[in-house]
Every structure is written in C-alpha cells, then in structure tokens.
Design a protein around this ligand. Structure first.
Ligand code: NAD
Length: 495
C-alpha cells in the first residue's frame, strides 16, 4: 500500500474525466452543461462533470436499444460473454490504485477500504456473474409425448441502472455483473455526488471487449437524467439502489410510462441484537462499533439500532465506546485511517441535525456528537453513541446514513424481536447469543432480508442481498440477481 504522501502525489498527477460515455465515446452533455465535482476530503475541485438530461437519456437509450437488437453482445454464446466479463474484472484489478483513489477523492472513504472493499469487491462481482452465466440452465417442462414445453431465460433488453454514492463502484457492479453477463445493454446513472469511477469504468469495459454501446454512462442529477431514464418508454427494466423515498417515486414513474420492471434496493434501520449470553462480548462490541462506523455510517445495512439485553447494557456500551476510539476520522489518503469524510456538506448537516434531534428527544449522548477536522476544508463527524433511546424517537426510526448509534435495551427475546421488527424497513439484522435455539428462533422471527448470527455484515457473492418491507424488492448478488435481468419465456411445441 502506498503512503499518504505517495497517494497525494498520485492524486495531483491524476487526469480526471467527467464526461458522459455513449456508444464507446466520451462526450459532453447535449446541453453543454456541467457541474462542479468537489472532494469531501478537503473541498477541492476535482473536475467538471457533464450534467446530462432528457436528450442524453434519449440518445443513450436509442444507442443501447440498437446495440441490443443487433445481437453483437446479446447473441454471443454465454461462454464468450463469460471470457469478456472475466477480462473486465481483471482490468478493474489492474487499475485498482487509480479506481480506489478516484473513489476516495470523490466520496471521502478511507483509501484502504476503497481498494480492499470497493475495487476488489467490484471486480469480484463482475467475475462471479461472468463465471456463472454459462452454468445457468434453462428448463424443459414435464410435457406429454407429442409436445415439448421449454422454459427459457432471455435478456430483458435495455436496462437503466441508477446507483447511490456510498459504494459507487460496488453498487454499480452488483448491477452490471448480472445485467451484462445476461446479454443486456445498460445505461448507468451514477450519483451526482460520486460519478467518477462509473465514468472511468465504462472505458475499461470497452478495453475488456464489451462492444461499444453495450455500457453507457450518463452522469447528472436525479431529477433530470435520472427521471428521464425512469420515465423512458424504451427502457425495459429499471434497477435502483438508493433511498426509500426515491424508490417509491420510481415505481410511480414506471406506472406513468411503460410499466418497466422496477427492482429496488433501498434504505434500512437495522437492529443488532446482543443477548447477555453472547459468546464473546468484546468481539460483539468490536463488531457493533464497525457496524455503525464503517464507511462513516453511510451503509444501507449499518447496525444503527443496537438492542442490548438490560443486564449487560452499561458494560456493553463501555466496550463499544472503547472500540469506537479507533474509528475516529483521519485523512482518507492515510492508509492507517479507518474512517474518512462524509460525502458532502449537506450530508454532514443532516447527520448533525439528527444528533441535535436525539439530544432534544432526551436520549443520552455518551460518545462523539460533533463535527471534527474542520480545518481540512472537508466534512468529518465523530462516531456518536446515544443510550436510553426508545424505539419511537426519530433517531431510532429514520435512516440517518451517518455514524450515529442508538442503543435500546430489552429484557426478553420476544421484546427484542418486537422492537427489531417495529420499523418500516427490513434490510438486515444481527443476533448475538451462545444459545443455538435462541439464535435460530430469533433469526426466523426477524422480518428482514439478511440475518447474521454472532457477527455483522457477513456474506459474499453467493448470498442474496436485499430487503423486506420498505427496504425494497428483489435481490442483488447470487444467482437470484439474474431474475432482475431476464424474462422467462414459455415455448410450447406440438410435435
Ligand atoms: P438517493 O435515493 O438520494 O439517490 C440514489 C440515486 O437516485 C442517485 O443516483 C440519484 O441521483 C438518483 N435520483 C434521485 N432522485 C431521482 C429521481 N427523481 N428520479 C430518478 N433518479 C433519482 O440515495 P443516496 O443518497 O444516493 O444513497 C443513500 C441511500 O441508498 C440510503 O437510503 C441507503 O440505505 C441506500 N442504499 C441501499 C442499498 C441496498 O442495497 N439496499 C445499498 C446502498 C445504499
């Protein structure tokens, strides 16, 4: 790993592209408009980014449709698409320093995680989907002797993918992996807060052999180019990761336009339940600290509600606070930093507003609670812990998307499950206990798409990722993700 000085020198020498990518070429927005891409690390201007709109959406979708219909990608044998996807993953890894640096400068996360989690995770997602695609079989129905019923999966056609800023490249690649491997053409819209890695990735895809026009990238705002894609009459499927508020809006847009399929990965307010009989309280506390502080708390699965059995509450909070000391923010380009900058000034203000709300509603602030490192010109906040929270307080109900932990105590397993499920969301949950029956029973009773036992945030590409209730529908990762990108066709043949 490079030193901070080496990363800073690399950053100074980096040439950053902010253009759209359509039909294999970098181009400005049709309107010529741009917006400033500022770094949350220190407020510096990184580049000007094309501010795409409806005309750009029309152009990119038309191109994606033509490319799809030509069969240049969709009709390649799966084993050939697999080879290209694996080359794409290899090239992402070969450019890992550049991509990690872009991610850190653009959205503020520590460089060690940009590289280990975002870049290598993105490469794994592309490779896994590529490797899977020539192993997924179609079906023959149990038909009579004089008929054959075939059930085949076919690519949906043109996919629009709208992604958030917290794991910009990783969330994009969770979509691009199965979307491209299945033979679709894609128009990707990164968040206006973190467009840079998506823009760079498009060219790497072409270098890998993905035909021009199969992957297009349109940077810009949600209410301009995002809305245009969501309302577009020639987009077959819209896949989204982002807030529940915008997810609901996208369902409306689909109904107002062509009833495109809409798959949504949205927000969370995940409970992390620690019973007094947890096998190792110190390990549970280390995990609870990272569950709220990792990625500055900007994680959909953040363990933002810590439910602790009353008999160990005070001991456990002390252990968590001790662990959080190593998560104090540092310079994101310092390879030792565990915690970096939040994405921008607006997000910092949101986090600070929630901290005020916690105080006003009578929760007890036991750690953090303030902005730090102001002199950098960037946006940093100390990991924050509130105890004596009840589940009706705003800080227990709303997704803060920052490092703010609400500690709630309970007396029985039934009470823990009732509190855990008393939320609009249902993305993830965790249970810490040495009692195998209690672990299974509690896991079954939790209304969430992912449950972890005696750790937090486990899983790899083999495990489906997504939520119940207002956390969304469908799943990313695993073979289940292919459901989003394929239509099922029944062909019945009389012999
Ligand atoms: P957001 O909903 O504000 O924006 C997400 C994307 O939608 C961005 O690209 C944005 O430009 C676009 N958008 C905004 N308005 C739009 C509109 N009217 N039409 C079309 N597109 C529009 O979310 P965010 O702040 O970027 O990301 C944080 C959210 O993402 C959190 O709620 C978090 O929980 C969620 N998230 C979920 C998962 C998951 O897998 N469930 C993973 C990561 C993040």
């Amino acid at each position: 790993m490079k030193t901070r000085m080496e990363w800073e020198a690399y950053a100074d020498s980096l040439s950053i592209n902010g253009q759209a990518f359509v039909n294999g070429e970098y181009i400005p927005a049709e309107s010529g408009e741009t917006f400033d891409c500022l770094s949350p690390v220190d407020g510096r201007l990184l580049t000007k980014v094309a501010s795409c709109g409806e005309d750009d959406a029309d152009k990119a979708v038309k191109n994606a449709r033509e490319t799809f219909s030509s069969g240049v990608w969709a009709h390649l044998p799966p084993a050939e698409r697999k080879k290209v996807m694996i080359r794409f993953a290899d090239l992402i890894e070969q450019h890992s320093d550049e991509l990690a640096l872009l991610e850190t400068l653009d959205m503020g996360k520590p460089i060690r995680y940009s590289k280990a989690v975002d870049v290598f995770g993105a490469a794994r997602a592309i490779r896994w989907s590529g490797e899977a695609v020539d192993k997924i079989y179609d079906e023959l129905a149990p038909t009579p002797h004089n008929e054959i019923g075939m059930v085949t999966r076919e690519p949906v056609g043109v996919v629009a993918a709208i992604v958030p800023w917290n794991f910009p490249m990783l969330m994009a690649c969770w979509k691009l992996g199965p979307a491209l491997a299945s033979g679709n053409s894609v128009v990707l819209k990164p968040s206006e807060k973190s467009p840079l890695t998506a823009i760079r990735l498009a060219q790497i895809a072409v270098e890998a052999g993905i035909p021009k026009g199969v992957l297009n990238v349109l940077p810009g705002y949600g209410n301009t180019v995002g809305q245009a894609l969501a309302l577009h009459m020639d987009v077959d499927t819209l896949v989204f990761t982002g807030s529940t508020k915008i997810a609901k809006q996208l369902m409306i847009y689909a109904g107002q336009s062509n009833m495109k399929r809409v798959w949504l990965e949205a927000g969370g307010k995940s409970p992390n339940i620690v019973f007094a009989d947890a096998p190792d309280l110190k390990a549970a506390a280390a995990s609870a600290a990272s569950a709220i502080a990792f990625n500055q708390g900007e994680v959909c699965t953040a363990g933002s509600r810590l439910l602790v059995e009353a008999s160990i509450k005070d001991t456990f909070i002390d252990l968590v606070v001790e662990e959080l000391k190593s998560w104090h923010p540092g310079h994101p380009l310092d390879p030792e930093s565990q915690n970096g900058a939040v994405v921008d000034g607006d997000q910092l203000a949101t986090v600070l507003r929630y901290i005020e709300s916690g105080k006003q509603e009578g929760a007890a602030l036991v750690h953090g609670g303030e902005q730090v490192m102001e002199s950098t010109g960037g946006f940093y906040v100390a990991p924050t812990v509130f105890s004596n929270v009840n589940n009706n307080m705003v800080i227990a109900r709303e997704e803060i998307f920052g490092p703010v932990l609400s500690v709630i105590s309970f007396d029985t397993a039934e009470e823990a499950v009732a509190i855990a499920n008393d939320t609009d969301y249902g993305l993830a949950a965790s249970v810490w206990t040495s009692d195998i029956s209690k672990a299974h029973k509690t896991s079954r009773d939790l209304r969430s798409g992912m449950v972890w036992v005696n750790h937090y945030d486990g899983g790899d590409m083999t495990a489906p990722f997504g939520g119940y209730k207002q956390s969304g529908n469908g799943r990313d990762k695993s073979l289940h993700a292919f459901d989003k990108y394929t239509e099922i066709k029944a062909t019945w043949i009389a012999l």
